[in-house]
Design a protein around this ligand. Structure first.
Ligand code: M6R
Length: 588
């Protein structure tokens, strides 16, 4: 949520920063800006809109050191003035996070005679720097941070200083070294330019110049932090010939399942983990958005494998009404990015209450991995599209593997077998196109199912609304007659998932109830019999490969992801960057 970059080297900083910002754009894309420093002067260009809009201004930004920002607005609309960097006196600042006490600081600084230009919370940082500066840049930044409440990653320039300072508190900062020195909110921005990277610890401050980097801990004691080799595979590899990252990433679902299975047994000690889960008095899962939807599937999978209560909690709620845990409990934090503020906070609360903390995450260096007792890696690779697709599939694979430790009938081999089916679905698209067309012609789209299909229906609905902006809801088919049926008419489509033989008949009843109200119906099923029964009576029917009910979410979720993708394209949306959203929600 907001991306920051810094560069200090021998090349033109503006071009380096611009490249970095393009890679970080999925963290926020409503405005962008760059400041450079040259011969004691700061030069700034900032614009409302996408990073690309900065391109014409790059020529006006001389110098070989600078900072940049791509924004997801929290305080103040997206426009040129509210875009970062914010400049005042000798300083320019970019910020990722939220300054919770900004109003009080702003009032204090205004009383001191400071004039504010923007409506942002972030602008107080540059004014505080100016206020505290007495010739020592790093000391001014330290004093500034001591006044802040909230979360931040900050990069700052000081006119006359040939470098930049960067510091963090609950928002990520990665340093990179290559031909030049870099800082960025995540590793993707460094790929191809840095050969090694280092993740700053909370409270660290780095002073980065073309000649070297010095790192200080929260007590301003110089510290050494290990730089690791930056591997090519950390990069996103572009769209790989697909028109969008979303399609490319759906097509990587099968690969993610295979890679996650391959890595699992080398990443965890299976015996120890089984014992931990099998002796737990309860297992609680926390996550947001798609990660929470994956946790819903985990409730069924782990609930069937372990003899203790298993529950899933929306992290933003769990923070305020935390599930009760003990020293015998296991908390599983589910997060693609590993940086989601609410998930981190809910996980910390559970851990502080004594629970063993497992992190199911796609980002091995993320904040969640630093507080977890054990990490179960999702091996999806870089997920660039704001809508989570392959990471959800990878999270499901992790839950199957965790369940399989204590349930001999759940085997790794069966996941690998389903991966082949997932691959076929992801590479097709005709049925998805037909159903997507129905969706874009509809006033609203409901996703229904029973049993494990409900969890996929909820996720399918999130995916559709997120990328196509069509109103949508996902819910248990049995609930239809308890309210939602009032909304059904010829302008509404219901996508009905039927992937469990035992529940099929009841789902067909729901289809009948919708058809009787002239609602449109699209059936997505793994059951041939159900398909034959309904295909000529409904508006669209998609027969997926036949797979056991407990594995069906891999294929049905892939199908719904494709439907959402096609609907976004048909509706003329950018599925990779839905309006108002951003990847990696690091604010609360
Ligand atoms: O990085 P996380 O998995 O913690 O992110 C959680 C949600 O913000 C995320 O899943 C969001 O709902 C996606 N945009 C859904 O596609």
């Amino acid at each position: 949520m907001c991306g920051i970059v810094g560069y200090a080297g021998r090349g033109p900083a503006a071009a380096e920063l611009f490249e970095g910002l393009k890679k970080l754009e999925y963290r926020g894309y409503d405005s962008a800006g760059i400041s450079t420093c040259d011969r004691g002067e700061i030069f700034t260009a900032k614009r409302g809109g996408r990073v690309e809009e900065l391109s014409p201004a790059l020529k006006n930004l001389p110098g070989t050191v600078g900072i940049g920002h791509t924004r997801w607005a929290t305080h103040g609309v997206a426009n040129d003035i509210n875009a970062h960097p914010h400049c005042y006196g000798k300083f320019a600042v970019v910020h990722n996070g939220i300054i919770e006490n900004y109003a009080e600081l702003r009032a204090e600084l205004i009383a001191e005679g400071h004039k504010f230009a923007s409506q942002t919370d972030s602008e107080v940082i540059v004014h505080l720097l100016d206020f505290y500066y007495d010739g020592d840049f790093s000391d001014a930044l330290r004093l500034t941070c001591a006044r802040l409440k909230g979360c931040w990653a900050i990069a700052a320039l000081c006119a006359g200083f040939d470098g930049f300072a960067v510091t963090r508190h609950s928002s990520p900062v990665i340093l990179g070294e290559g031909v030049g020195r870099f800082a960025a909110s995540d590793i993707y921005a460094l790929c191809g330019r840095a050969h090694s990277y280092c993740v700053l610890e909370d409270g660290d401050m780095a002073i980065v110049t073309p000649a070297g980097t010095e790192i200080f801990d929260r007590n301003m004691k110089a510290v050494r932090r290990a730089f690791e080799p930056l591997k090519e595979e950390y990069g996103d590899g572009g769209t790989d010939g697909c028109p969008h990252y979303m399609l490319k990433e759906i097509r990587q679902n099968a690969r993610t399942m295979r890679a996650t299975c391959d890595k699992f047994f080398s990443a965890v000690n299976a015996g120890e983990l089984r014992l931990r889960l099998a002796s737990a008095d309860k297992i609680v899962l926390v996550g947001c958005g798609t990660a929470y939807n994956a946790a819903l599937a985990a409730v069924r999978l782990l609930g069937g494998a372990y003899d203790c209560p298993v529950s899933a909690h929306i992290a933003s709620e769990a923070r305020y009404s935390p599930p009760r845990v003990t020293k015998k409990s296991v908390c599983i934090a589910v997060s693609q990015s590993g940086e989601t503020a609410d998930t981190l906070m809910a996980a910390r609360i559970a851990r502080d209450a004594g629970a063993y903390l497992l992190a199911v995450t796609n980002v091995g260096y993320s904040a969640i991995t630093r507080i977890a007792d054990k990490v179960v890696p999702v091996c999806a690779g870089a997920e660039v599209c704001v809508a989570a697709t392959k990471s959800y599939i990878g999270q499901l694979a992790c839950f199957h593997l965790l369940a399989s430790l204590n349930a001999p009938d759940m085997r790794r081999e069966s996941i690998l077998k389903v991966a082949d089916d997932v691959e076929k679905i992801a590479n097709g698209g005709t049925y998805a196109e037909v159903i997507a067309r129905l969706c874009v012609q509809s006033r609203a789209v409901f996703f229904l199912g029973r049993g494990a299909d409900v969890d996929v229906a909820v996720e399918g609905s999130l995916k559709l609304k997120e990328v196509s902006y069509i109103f949508s809801d996902g819910y248990p088919a049995g609930e239809l007659k308890h309210g939602t049926l009032a909304l059904v008419d010829e302008s509404v489509t219901s996508v009905v998932l039927i992937c469990d033989e035992a529940l099929a008949e009841k789902c067909v009843n729901a289809v009948e109830q919708i058809l009787s109200r002239r609602g449109k119906v699209a059936v997505v099923t793994t059951l041939e019999r159900t398909y034959d029964e309904l295909k000529n009576r409904v508006d669209a029917a998609w027969l997926l490969p036949s797979v056991p009910a407990h594995l069906a979410h891999f294929v049905s979720a892939t199908a719904l992801q494709l439907i959402a993708y096609r609907a976004a394209v048909l509706a003329g949306r950018d599925p990779d960057k839905p309006r108002n959203l951003a990847k990696s929600v690091t604010v609360e």
